[in-house]
Design a protein around this ligand. Structure first.
Ligand SMILES: Nc1nc2c(ncn2[C@@H]2O[C@H](COP(=O)(O)OP(=O)(O)O)[C@@H](O)[C@H]2O)c(=O)[nH]1
Ligand SMILES: [Mg+2]
Length: 294
């Protein structure tokens, strides 16, 4: 797909691992890390188990970063900011993604990609973690945004393109999450990367079931958040497009938002139905996570 540039040296890889109570899963995840990574950054969300102690015991050289707000998205943003390598690899700490696959993603970058994302549905990839209904739901979402949830590896120099804010205080309302702090992060990143016109490689990747514990993700409310991300990020891209055109003095083309909104509303409805079939009536509130200690 990309022109091979095999004479590039192997880059320094920073592995960013968001953790929320993953003490039991870290031994497996860390054992799968390639031997030659530049650094491992654990971004902890105020775990109440031994996550940090276990991480330090397994890897005395681990860098532990405390996130500034809450949510997986904010954790990743803090990890990106702390990374000092040439390449950043995002890896979950629940055993669902295999850090042993990182070199495959780095090869895609060395072959000319700016961003390499794992795709569960390509040949050679797959998943044993999702029911048929979830797969159907995922496929529908995937059709709109080519949504991928899993390993993502990209050149560190593109962190500014992602435009993630780690310094603002938490929202005084609701769960305190700001835009991009939650599970919408991967969709948001993929959309911003696409908007910037970066070259994206899809790497077949296998998603395993989480080993211990339960997912922090709520299929319905987080599914809605992902769909909202598509809408919000499309608007953001449009606004940026308009202001760039204005700055260059060119005429702004009219954009038809209505069709997009209809399509997304239909998708939300379908997701609702799929979730109801799978789990009964959906919960509309995210499960309560205790607030971080003050
Ligand atoms: N630091 C931090 N990590 C989180 C948070 N929520 C989830 N994670 C981590 O993000 C990864 C994916 O979360 P998980 O609950 O498995 O969600 P799923 O894989 O989408 O079902 C895991 O490594 C979690 O420990 C959070 O609020 N803060
Ligand atoms: Mg998981």
């Amino acid at each position: 797909m990309f022109q091979a540039s095999s004479n590039l040296p192997w880059p320094r890889v920073s592995v960013v691992v968001p953790t929320l109570n993953e003490a039991k899963n870290l031994p497996h995840v860390f054992s799968r890390l390639p031997a030659d990574v530049h650094e491992v950054i654990v971004v902890d969300g105020h775990s109440v188990d031994d996550t940090i102690a276990v991480a330090r015991q397994l890897r005395p050289d681990v860098r532990v970063v405390q996130q500034t707000r809450r949510g997986k998205g904010n954790a990743l943003a803090c990890g990106f900011e702390a990374a000092t390598g040439d390449v950043i690899a995002m890896v979950d700490a629940d055993g669902s993604t295999d850090p042993g696959e990182i070199p495959k993603f780095v090869h895609a970058l060395l072959s000319g990609a700016d961003f390499a994302k794992g795709t569960r549905f390509a040949a050679g990839g797959g998943s044993s973690d999702i029911t048929r209904l979830r797969r159907l739901g995922n496929r529908m979402l995937g059709a709109v945004v080519n949504l991928c949830h899993g390993t993502n590896v990209f050149w560190q120099k593109y962190v500014p393109v992602l435009d993630l804010d780690i310094t603002s205080p938490p929202s005084p309302r609701g769960d305190g999450l700001l835009w991009g702090d939650g599970f919408e992060i991967e969709t948001l990143i993929h959309m911003r990367v696409a908007e910037e016109g970066l070259r994206v490689a899809e790497v077949p990747s296998f998603e395993h079931p989480r080993i211990h514990g339960v997912s922090n993700l709520d299929a319905f409310s987080d599914g809605l958040r992902v769909l909202t991300t598509i809408l919000v990020e499309r608007r953001r891209a449009r606004r940026r497009h308009v202001s760039r055109h204005r700055a260059s003095g060119a005429r702004t083309p009219a954009v038809l938002a209505r069709d997009l909104i209809h399509m997304e509303t239909a998708l939300v409805r379908m997701l609702y139905v799929l979730h109801s079939v799978d789990h009964g009536r959906p919960r509309t509130l995210r499960s309560q996570v205790p607030p971080p200690p003050r």
